[in-house]
Design a protein. Structure first.
Lengths: 115, 115
């Protein structure tokens, strides 16, 4: 069965410091991996995805994520955090092959960037 | 429109009533998805459409829930005999095609409260 784990409910970082939001997954076959961000009272916004190719993918707002097949991880990173990055971050996975198009989501990680 | 729109933004109803939630996807997107998100949880898949047909409705919790997309664009999620446990944020997303890694773009959601 497919599953996603975001082991941290909350991450706190100081503005200007690097941030990491962790995600591990379980899926049969090759995964398609996604990160979304949810700001208060706003819809989910797509940040980035890994489908194939380079393990390091770059996305919106300066975020990037590294696909690590051996560790089944897809951690979200940013070199220098901004206060405006404070939001809820979701990792999602689906199987790359076959007809199953369902995205399976993690429970989310609340990121707080302190000035 | 420029993005996915959902109406109403908020819906308050009484237990036992019938409700309809509407989703207007991005123009040209053939795939449409419905999710339900409870507080503190990630989105939970309900159903997705490819064109007019429901390609996967395995996430619908029971037969009180039904969704249609008669012309392959706007979709309506229908809930009969609402229960207090149906209270949640209902999210709609669309993507260009479901048959690839198509990124899902989300609407702002409809917050349903069943009293």
């Amino acid at each position: 069965a497919q599953s996603v784990a975001q082991p941290e409910d909350q991450v706190n970082v100081a503005e200007g410091n690097p941030l990491t939001v962790k995600c591990t997954y379980s899926v049969s076959g090759n995964p398609y991996l996604f990160w979304y961000v949810q700001y208060p009272n706003r819809g989910l916004q797509f940040l980035l995805k890994y489908i194939t190719g380079d393990n390091l993918v770059k996305g919106s707002y300066g975020f990037e994520a590294e696909f690590n097949k051996s560790q089944t991880s897809f951690h979200l990173k940013k070199p220098s955090a901004l206060v405006s990055d404070s939001a809820l971050y979701f990792c999602a996975v689906r199987r790359g092959a076959g007809n199953n198009r369902k995205l399976i989501w993690g429970l989310g990680t609340s990121l707080a960037v302190n000035p | 429109g420029a993005g996915v729109s959902q109406t109403p933004s908020n819906k308050v109803t009484e237990k036992g009533k019938y409700v309809e939630l509407r989703c207007d996807p991005i123009s040209g997107h053939t795939a449409l998805y419905w999710y339900r998100q409870s507080l503190g949880q990630g989105p939970e898949f309900l159903i997705y459409f490819q064109g007019t047909g429901a390609a996967d409705d395995s996430g619908l919790p029971n037969d009180r829930f039904f969704a249609v997309r008669p012309e392959g664009s706007v979709s309506t999620l229908k809930i009969q005999r609402t229960e207090r446990g149906d209270s949640a944020m209902y999210l709609c997303a669309s993507s260009l095609r479901a048959g690839e890694e198509g990124t899902q773009y989300f609407g702002p959601g409809t917050r349903l409260l069943v009293l």
